[in-house]
Design a protein around this ligand. Structure first.
Ligand code: AOF
Ligand code: ZN
Length: 354
């Protein structure tokens, strides 16, 4: 490799790190679009312009950088975290914009998993632009991990979250469940809720537990955008339930079929479902192979009897047990501002079945 190429590689790698940093800018909603960053380099490897995507309906990262560069875009190398799109969606195709701006070379990290938008690399090559794929692809994928998986699956990514006692109970025999998990665990749940775009429960949970299903902060910190509250099931829902208060939007999905529910949510641009119960709904999603991630809070508490965290899965013998892979174990120490609580444990798991 010539010294010049070696130099170019190093510069482009640094620019890709910068593009990833731009993509991850705070305040950009991760839904329903990916986070994308772009840096334009001149022939000497100097940055001509930068851009990043700021949310659905706003210019793509490449378009933002091209606009910032104006006439200086000619002959540059565009370093971008995602393969430039090739479709007329909410905005125009970036492939065409890069060609029109007479960019010389395009280096991108992650191939576009979106079948509707993909094809940019080919289009650019056909126009005589040098294209290199895969630089820091794993980092780019990690930045939009849930979006990427959802886009590949063409349905929302599903995180099933539950809280349990040491003996697998989510509520006592009389139905009381306040509080199984600690303050710290509940704060952590609200943080995770806020990262999703939809919280989903069964109509039975609404009838019995009457959850509000909003992102809240018990210390009055700002919480930002509220995810959609979705309720699934055929039964009518009493309008007086807390889920219908004006703190967030609510959608009633009149189906018992998890596939149908996810299809409907996908068509409404939902990408990450936070499945919060109850036990019957969780079992239905697991049986359908529609759980992509499990988050469970384990509280040091014993009930001996009571409501199971999950309904019957129809598994008769130990050999049939579902054995998800543990991807993270975190101890959540008791919150310093709350007296008399014990640490809880959060397990994150990836289902390797279904
Ligand atoms: C973005 N921002 O910077 C890039 C994207 O919703 P649309 O019509 O704007 O198109 C979204 C698709 O465009 C997205 O799925 C991805 O495939 C491609 N690239 N999207 O939101 C960007 N570069
Ligand atoms: Zn684009």
């Amino acid at each position: 490799m010539s010294a010049e190429t070696e130099d170019q590689r190093r510069t482009e790698r640094a620019a890709m790190h910068r593009a990833l940093e731009l993509a991850a800018a705070p305040g950009v909603p991760p839904w329903p679009n990916p986070r994308v960053g772009c840096v334009l380099l001149d022939a000497d490897g100097r940055t001509v312009a930068e851009g990043h995507h700021r949310g659905a309906g706003t210019p793509h990262a490449e378009a933002a950088a091209l606009t910032a560069a104006g006439g200086r875009a000619r002959g540059t190398t565009a370093v971008v975290t995602l393969e430039p799109c090739d479709h007329h969606g909410r905005t125009g195709p970036c492939s065409e914009a890069l060609v029109a701006a007479a960019v010389r070379r395009v280096v991108y990290a992650q191939a576009d998993p979106n079948p509707v938008a993909a094809g940019g690399a080919e289009r650019l090559r056909a126009a005589g632009i040098e294209v290199e794929a895969g630089l820091l692809a794993d980092d780019a994928r990690a930045l939009n991990a849930v979006w990427t998986r959802a886009t590949e699956l063409q349905r929302p990514f599903v995180t099933w979250k539950f809280a349990t006692t040491l003996d697998g109970r989510s509520a006592a025999a009389d139905g009381t469940s306040r509080w199984v998990s600690s303050t710290a665990a509940r704060r952590d749940t609200h943080r995770l809720r806020a990262l999703s775009d939809t919280m989903l429960v069964g109509s039975n949970t609404v009838a019995v537990d009457d959850p509000e299903l909003t992102v809240r902060d018990d210390r009055d910190q700002p919480v930002g955008r509220q995810p959609l509250r979705a309720v699934m099931g055929l039964r009518d829902l009493p309008p007086a339930k807390r889920i219908f208060n004006d703190r967030a939007e609510t959608l009633h999905l009149r189906t018992r079929d998890p596939h149908e529910a996810l299809e409907e949510l996908w068509s409404r641009d939902r990408r990450h479902v936070f499945l919060e119960g109850g036990p019957t709904l969780a079992a239905a999603f697991l049986r359908a192979g529609l759980v992509d991630e499990i988050v469970v809070y384990v509280a040091p508490m014993l009930l001996g009897s009571g409501r199971n965290a999950i309904a019957d899965l129809g598994l008769g013998t130990i050999a049939d047990a579902l054995r998800p892979t543990v991807t993270d174990v975190t101890v959540l120490p008791a919150a310093p501002d709350v007296a008399g609580e014990e640490p809880n444990v959060r397990l994150t798991l990836r289902p390797t079945f279904g």
